[in-house]
Design a protein around this ligand. Structure first.
Ligand code: CTP
Length: 217
């Protein structure tokens, strides 16, 4: 029954916030629901779960260790730490791709000329973990939100980020309880899913566990 018993998993969730000045930031619409569903499902399957979460309105799931972070760089630091010795990491967070190059220490004033935002790329959390991985663990899973050429782009992302599993979905999944999604794994047939995100979470975990088990001795 408890398929993930004696195993540890780290899940990133929610948006990140990238500071502009003491009261303003750049962020996105992520609710954190998919990451929460994964954390709850993994906990129910017997895993020890760490959830690294950006700002959301959701209450902490029961029996899950939660690290609250704000920026992409904070999320990277917390995830790296939590991932040590973990069997798997799932990147369900909507990490901001860029941050303002400079953060003003004082509130930007309306009386000043309108600011021109200069942005700089944030680190890619999953890519960093893949690069730093020594040996087969943690197994790495991510999401690919694509508005065009869904499967081709998701496959490309899987290769580029050296992921062991990718969940591809379209933009209309955002904020909904149900979704149409495709699970990709290197060398295996694509699986299509259509239904509730909680059931999708269970399916992702069972496929990821296959990947964990195939590397255990
Ligand atoms: N991701 C990450 N760190 C980032 C950006 C994304 O770990 N800085 C992870 C997400 O959690 C997700 C996966 O990478 O699991 C794909 O995110 P997505 O936004 O679809 O893709 P990007 O890599 O940002 O590429 P693009 O925006 O060009 O589609």
């Amino acid at each position: 029954m408890k398929a993930w018993r004696n195993r540890r998993i780290v899940i990133t969730a929610g948006p990140t916030r990238e500071k502009l000045d003491p009261v303003r930031y750049l962020s996105n619409e992520s609710s954190g629901r998919m990451g929460w569903a994964l954390a709850e499902a993994a906990q129910q399957k017997g895993a020890r779960v760490t959830l690294v979460a950006g700002p959301t309105a959701l209450p902490s799931p029961k029996n899950v260790t939660v690290f609250l972070v704000r920026s992409a760089r904070e999320m990277l630091a917390a995830t790296r730490k939590a991932a040590r010795g973990a069997h798997a990491v799932i990147g369900a967070a909507a990490v901001a791709d860029w941050r303002p190059i400079a953060v003003s220490r004082t509130k930007l004033k309306k009386s000043q000329a309108p600011p021109i935002l200069k942005l700089t790329p944030n680190p890619d959390i999953l890519k960093t973990l893949a690069r730093e991985r020594k040996g087969p663990f943690p197994r790495l899973a991510g999401f690919a939100l694509e508005s065009t050429n869904l499967l081709a782009n998701a496959g490309k992302k899987m290769k580029e980020k050296k992921l062991d599993l990718v969940v591809a979905n379209g933009p209309n999944a955002l904020g909904k309880e149900t979704t149409r999604a495709w699970i990709l794994r290197p060398g295996l047939a694509v699986e299509e899913f259509n239904g509730n995100k909680k059931i999708l979470a269970r399916q992702i975990l069972s496929r990821l566990l296959e990947s964990v088990k195939s590397h255990e001795r």
